[in-house]
Design a protein around this ligand. Structure first.
Ligand SMILES: [Zn+2]
Length: 172
């Protein structure tokens, strides 16, 4: 998908009409009730990020708030996305956002189970040295693990945009 088209699609918050707006309201309501645990964690992370750099870039993305950071990975926590892929090739960067949005949908589906079922296993998978080593050896791709494969599925299902097929570099 060309960069211009990706930007247009990402910026399209009103073009889809009433149903789109209703879905965004429902999304926010579910996040702030059923998904309050991970959203509280997301607000805390947002606070820390804003205090450490008040000029940090933020963007609205289909009901979620995307905050840019310098870490070489991205993370979806409740309705908050922390995004480290902005500098990468446009199509891949856009696909990673679709993936992270998928994690925000998992938050709506799982509510209080999000952290034990998705958040914690996903962090263990991303940062445990033995798993990093396995991925470097090419035995597994980052996106094969169920929280990641499922995030891709949910992001694509809701946004109708492609999620990444594989991670271009490990730990991202
Ligand atoms: Zn993920």
């Amino acid at each position: 998908m060309p960069e211009k088209e990706i930007k247009a699609k990402n910026a399209d918050c009103t073009g889809a009409g009433g149903k789109y707006i209703l879905n965004r309201i429902l999304y926010t309501l579910i996040q702030l009730t059923w998904g309050i645990l991970q959203n509280a964690a997301g607000v805390l992370a947002l606070l820390v990020m804003t205090l450490t750099d008040p000029r940090r870039k933020h963007a609205y993305y289909h009901g979620a708030l995307v905050t840019h950071w310098k870490f070489p990975f991205s993370m979806g926590l409740g309705m908050f996305i922390f995004y480290g892929h902005a500098e990468q090739e446009a199509e891949y960067a856009a696909a990673v956002l679709v993936h992270e949005y998928g994690h925000t949908i998992q938050s709506c589906i799982l509510g209080p189970l999000f952290l034990p079922v998705i958040g914690i296993p996903s962090c263990v998978w991303a940062f445990t040295p033995v798993f990093v080593k396995w991925r470097k050896e090419g035995r597994y791709d980052y996106l094969q693990f169920y929280p990641e494969a499922w995030a891709n599925h949910e992001g694509e299902r809701v946004l109708k945009m492609p999620a990444p097929r594989r991670r271009v570099a490990d730990g991202q």
